[in-house]
Structure formats: C-alpha cells, structure tokens
Ligand binder design. Structure first.
Ligand SMILES: Cc1cc2nc3c(=O)[nH]c(=O)nc-3n(C[C@H](O)[C@H](O)[C@H](O)COP(=O)(O)OP(=O)(O)OC[C@H]3O[C@@H](n4cnc5c(N)ncnc54)[C@H](O)[C@@H]3O)c2cc1C
Length: 447
C-alpha cells in the first residue's frame, strides 16, 4: 500500500504551546504544505480505517489523515483475531453491540461481494454439552431472534451431525449467516478506499499528546489542535481516536477520566494438525459462560485452510503481550496499581487460574475440545498464534461490555472524540460503527 510516511520530519520534540511556524514546518511533507487538517484519525485498525472511509465518502472535501504508530495498518487486534463474521446472537437485545453487529454483518457481506474480498459463509453451531447448557440454548435463541439475526435454527441432539458430521452435543443453534474472512485484508481495503478519495495515511506516527496551537502573535482566533508525536506534529480542527489497546491513554491526554482502563487479555490459539482438518467444516462454539464477555474456546476454520482452536483468555503482562515472555514494566505497574483488576481477580479467581494452567499445559485444553469432536487428540494440536483483547474494566472490577465514546475537557476536549471500547465483534460491526461514529461527529463537530 502506498501509504505516506513522515520519515522526513525529524524536528525536536515540541512544547504544548506550539508556535504556528513550527507546525507549518512540521507539516511540510503533507499534500497541502501549510494546510491544517479538518480531521485526524488516530489508529489504523479496522475501526479507524472504516470511519475514515465513511467520513470522506460523506464529506469529500474534508482534508483527513489517519495516523498509526506501527509501520503497517491492522497490526494489533484487527490482525490478530478469530476472523469470524459474527451474526449477532449473544448480545443483550437493545445494546449497541447487538444493533451494530447485525447491521455490520449485512454491510460487511455487501462490501466483500462488491470488492471481491475472499470470504466464506460457512455457518456456525453453538453446541450445548449438558442438560443445563441445553436450556441456555433457548435463551440464546430468543436473544438472537430479538436481535433480528437471520435464519437461526434450533438443532436437536440427533441432528447435530447433519450440520457437522463429527460434532457431538446435547442441543445446538445453527446460524447459517456466520462466516469467515481475514479482517486485516478488509481493513486494508477500507484504507485503500480512503486513499483513493484523497485521504492520507502516516505510518510510524505514535501520538503522545494533544495541544492547542497558539500563533506566535498570541492571537487565539484560529486555534487548531496539534496532534503530537516524537519529533513531529500535525495541526487539525478535530480529532477522533480509535486506539484499541491504548484507547484509555489517548483519552487521558485530553483530560478524560482514566476509567475505564484497558486491561490486556491475551487470547491464545492452538492449531489443528492438517491431517485432521476434515473434522471441522464450520465454526463450532460452546455455550458461553454468561458472566464473561468472551465466547469460549471454539473451532474456527481459517481462510487459508487452517483450523484454529481458541482463544482462551489470560491476563497479558504487556498491552502488546502476544507471549508470556512479552513483559512491559510500565504496563505491569499500572495494572498492579489498579484496584479494578484486583476486584476482577477476586471475582474470577478459579476460572482465571484454570485458564492460566491450560495456557501453560496446553494439552489440558484438548479435553474441552474433545467434548465437541471426540476424535481430536492432544497429538493433533500444537501452539498457534495469539491476539490481545483491549478489555475495558471499571474501577469496581466490572468488565465493560458495550462500546464507549468519550470527549475530553476544555476547548481541546470538545473537539476530540475517543472511541474507548470497541470489543469483539467490532471487526464484524466496523462498517456500522463507522456510520454511528460519523453521525456523532457530524452532530458534535458540525461537518
Ligand atoms: C483474540 C481476538 C479474537 C477476536 N475475534 C473476533 C472475531 O472473530 N470477529 C470480530 O468481529 N471481532 C473479533 N475480535 C475483535 C476485533 O478484532 C476488535 O474489536 C477490532 O479489531 C478492534 O479494532 P480497533 O481498530 O478498535 O483496534 P486495533 O485493531 O487494535 O487498532 C488500534 C490501532 O491504534 C494504533 N494506536 C494505538 N495507540 C496509538 C497512538 N498513540 N498513536 C498512533 N496509533 C496508535 C494501534 O497501533 C492499532 O493499530 C477479536 C479480538 C481478539 C483480540
């Protein structure tokens, strides 16, 4: 992708009250040398890219840029997930999550078809393994129906094998609209659309502060916001942040409350041996534990033919902690000083420790998988990749389940919108989230 990179900008760190001339210089490699942007979007994940695309298609004259700290887009949650196109069954009826997922599902399939994005509508079985779970199937079915999930079916025990021949269970739900796709490919398509409409993308641009620009004359008539990075800055009228694992830190930069905080939860996958791939042709999910926001370890076919088993949920020791050995001292100290995390650990001590044990001794996780497909043995699996979820947690230890938007304080804060929580299924919902955020920006920022 021909993304612009601000490599040439190597000015010294700028102070919060920037001199206008410094900013004019610092912006010198952009398309319009002295121009002030209308909107800067921080974060080149799927939420940032989808929203950038939506805003520029609504307002083609806006001067916009996406800034991303990595050397490529979609390097974090968007590029490390299960790759499932969710149908919207689980979410509380009436919640934004439910509404945006079902809307996002339809928009996503339309977009994939129009843009020739490889995807497969392979469906999904949610399978109960006990009489108690079998009762919960009814509750889930009711939820899905209330959420307008298309074409859900209840499947009795003896018919489960009609949908997945090797799968066993007490009862199930069949969701024919659930599918698979590579969300990082979709994100890059959104970014390309944005660039074709004239949008810019600056990679290697890590935002570390926002400031009000003060002209050297001292006049405050024109007061753009300066989006600062090490040695670089951009002047803009408005900002949207979609920072995923760093969304709380970006929000604090404009005076927002530090809560909810982001606590990183790693989701590790196992890989099924290629000789056993025939055992799984659809997505197979357990009935989720109602108190947890994670959907449980599932069987997921990938677009490249692999079968991923997972993800589990273990506390990561760094915001970008994709392995146990990734430890970030600052992140660990921050977590250690956060009372919400202790309260969460207290509530979920036993399931949490069980996940850690299964993460270390991964063949133990195979027992859970065998309940669904008895033919899978521990010899058929090996460690696979991992993703890190940006889990928002309040100070009372409650997991925040729905999307959260926040503004900061003061004159900068009112012109900066933060998307503080975009949990799963935000990839599926991304086109609908983009519309929702764009409506909000149109209203708040009067574009
Ligand atoms: C293990 C796992 C499985 C999942 N499975 C699914 C699934 O099957 N289906 C589904 O729909 N959803 C799934 N999700 C959820 C989905 O992946 C995320 O909700 C979605 O990708 C969030 O997108 P985002 O743009 O908000 O965040 P991200 O993709 O994390 O993007 C945020 C971006 O902001 C950048 N950034 C952060 N701070 C700064 C800064 N200071 N300056 C500049 N840039 C910055 C980061 O580098 C990053 O690129 C899963 C998530 C995980 C972790």
């Amino acid at each position: 992708m021909a993304a612009s990179i601000l490599n040439s900008l190597t000015r010294p760190m700028v102070s919060p009250n920037l001199n206008y001339s410094i900013c004019r210089y610092a912006c010198a490699s952009s398309k319009d040398p002295c121009g002030i942007y209308d909107l800067v979007i921080v974060g080149g994940g799927i939420v940032g890219c989808a929203t950038a695309r939506e805003m520029l298609s609504r307002h083609p004259n806006l001067k916009m840029v996406i800034v991303e700290k990595e050397s490529a887009l979609a390097k974090h949650q968007t590029g490390h997930n299960s790759g499932v196109v969710h149908a919207g069954i689980y979410y509380k009826p009436g919640s934004m999550k439910a509404k945006l997922c079902v809307e996002g599902l339809k928009l996503s399939y339309d977009y994939f078809c129009k843009n020739d994005i490889p995807h497969k509508k392979i469906g999904k079985l949610i399978v109960a393994q006990s009489p108690q779970q079998a009762k919960m199937i009814d509750t889930l079915f009711e939820r899905g129906t209330k959420n307008n999930v298309p074409d859900l079916q209840l499947v009795e025990k003896d018919c489960i094998s009609n949908y997945e021949p090797k799968c066993r269970g007490e009862r199930a739900i069949w969701s024919p609209w659930t599918g698979i796709v590579d969300w990082s490919v979709v994100c890059k398509h959104f970014a390309e659309d944005f660039q074709k409409m004239g949008g810019e993308i600056f990679l290697n641009y890590e935002v570390n502060g926002f400031a009000e620009m003060v002209e050297s004359t001292g006049s405050r008539e024109l007061v753009p916001i300066v989006v600062q990075s090490k040695h670089k800055c951009i002047a803009t009228k408005y900002v949207l942040t979609c920072g995923g694992l760093y969304s709380d830190r970006l929000a604090v930069m404009t005076g927002c409350d530090v809560n909810p905080r982001i606590v990183p939860f790693r989701g590790e996958y196992l890989l099924l041996d290629p000789s056993k791939r025939h055992l799984c042709t659809t997505n197979i999910y357990p009935v989720p534990e109602p108190r947890l926001p994670f959907l449980g370890v599932h069987f997921t076919p990938r677009m490249n033919g692999e079968i991923w088993l997972g993800p589990n949920a273990v506390l990561a020791l760094a915001r970008e902690g994709y392995k146990w050995s990734n430890i970030n001292i600052k992140d660990c100290i921050e977590m250690a000083m956060f009372p919400g995390l202790y309260k969460l650990a207290f509530k979920y001590f036993i399931p949490g420790m069980t996940e850690v044990i299964k993460s270390i001794f991964y063949p133990l996780a195979v027992k859970d998988l065998q309940k669904f497909i008895p033919e899978v043995t521990y010899k058929d699996v090996k460690r696979g990749p991992a993703g890190v979820r940006a889990q928002a947690l309040d100070k009372n230890g409650n997991l925040v389940d729905d999307f959260i938007f926040d503004n900061g304080t003061g004159s900068i804060g009112s012109r900066v919108l933060h998307c503080r929580n975009a949990p799963s299924p935000a990839a599926t919902s991304s086109l609908a989230i983009a519309k929702h955020i764009s409506d909000k920006m149109d209203e708040d920022f009067k574009f």
